[in-house]
Design a protein around this ligand. Structure first.
Ligand code: ADP
Ligand code: MG
Length: 361
């Protein structure tokens, strides 16, 4: 089943939680809604679920307007961050709950629950109470319960948010496999970019009630459409620079920027990702590359190794804020830079945003 969100707005009092949001989710897609806390992700999910109503706009399923239908008539399954299992019921009865409410025959309930407990790898645990399970197991019960009514759409609101990092990574890989097995249209809310990028076919980045960007994970990562997306995806060096004559200037280092061919200089924001910077030991004596103005002269402050990546923090020689360069740890070891050494830094890739009065960073 496909979902279309068409021009949906929603206010709580004077506060606009969603501002004219439109979104297509094709059948079988696993779509991640990614954004900071308060950006409207849960509100949008609840409107898709039929638990909340938009002030304006429509929700369609397979082209049919279902805006006025309640959750029960929408064939949606949902799972929230805090697994709201019934504590006094066994795992089996928790999963069976929706089918019992719908008065499904006993034999059918038994067959379906067994099938689901197998699917979520909890065979033989049907008799336990939720308190006798780990957090990850409970969340899988919540998922089995959501699937029991054979929903045509699965909505997940930070389902793994309350779990520790290791379990979260396992569960999301498992969820991806499960999604591929059953091929349901799934909308998954997260504020964790790694989770979104690992899981999703499509990523929608939300900010203050609107969609900043939608795309394949690699598109959003490689071509952030706005300064917000760039910042939110984190790990960037941000500078105030300028553009003129088809070039942007970063600490005086020119970088091609054909989008601004005009002679009149304009202030710009320059964004550099730590892994898209080249770093080399500045040659002693003789004119260095840095001196020729194609790279930045800087001094190494420190190196921090986090597993496979080593981050080298540098201070531009002309002053200004510190700069991070990320290298594979093996390459950093080979280069063997020491604090205080002079280096030259060259961007392989740069993004320039001309300030838009709407963005305040
Ligand atoms: P997210 O899930 O992205 O963190 P939410 O959709 O939960 O964001 O909330 C978006 C904004 O709307 C927040 O500022 C939140 O405080 C507000 N909000 C959400 N639900 C309500 C409500 N029922 N009443 C008032 N404000 C709400
Ligand atoms: Mg939320």
């Amino acid at each position: 089943m496909s979902i279309r969100v068409d021009g949906v707005s929603k206010s709580f009092g004077a506060f606009k939680a969603l501002d004219n949001v439109s979104l297509d989710v094709p059948q079988g897609t696993l779509l991640a809604l990614l954004g900071p806390s308060g950006s409207g992700k849960t509100t949008l999910l609840r409107i898709i679920a039929g638990l909340e109503w938009p002030d304006s706009g429509r929700i369609e399923e397979d082209g049919t307007d279902i805006t006025d239908r309640h959750a029960r008539q929408r064939e949606v399954g949902f799972v929230f961050q805090h697994y709201a299992l019934f504590r006094h019921m066994s795992v089996f009865e928790n999963v069976a709950f929706g089918m019992r409410v719908r008065k499904a025959p006993h034999a059918e309930v038994k067959a379906r629950v067994d099938e689901l407990l197998h699917l979520v790898r909890l065979d033989n645990l049907g008799a336990r109470k939720p308190a006798q399970l780990s957090g990850g197991q409970r969340q899988r019960v919540a998922l089995a319960r959501a699937l029991a009514i054979r929903p045509r759409i699965l909505l997940l609101d930070e389902p793994f948010g309350a779990l520790d990092a290791k379990v979260r990574v396992e569960l999301r890989q498992w969820l991806r496999r499960l999604h591929d097995e059953i091929g349901m249209t799934t909308v998954f809310v997260t504020h964790d970019q790694e989770e979104a990028f690992e899981l999703a076919d499509d990523v929608v980045v939300m900010n203050e009630g609107h969609v900043e960007q939608r795309g394949k994970p690699e598109e959003v990562f490689d071509k952030p459409a706005t300064p917000f997306v760039m910042d939110f995806l984190g790990n960037v060096n941000v500078y105030h620079g300028r553009v003129e004559n088809g070039r942007a200037f970063w600490h005086g280092v020119p970088i091609d920027y054909p989008d601004y061919p005009h002679a009149q200089a304009r202030a710009a924001r320059v964004y550099l990702r730590p892994h898209e910077l080249d770093i080399a030991r500045a040659p002693s004596g003789g004119p260095s590359e840095a001196n020729q103005g194609t790279s930045l002269a800087a001094t190494v402050l420190r190196q921090t190794r986090t597993g496979p990546i080593t981050r080298i923090t540098c201070q531009p020689q002309e002053g200004g804020s510190e700069l991070h360069v990320d290298l594979p740890s093996a390459a950093a070891r080979q280069l063997g830079l020491q604090p205080g050494e002079a280096v030259s830094i060259t961007p392989r890739h740069v993004r320039v945003f001309l300030p838009d009065p709407e963005y305040v960073i």
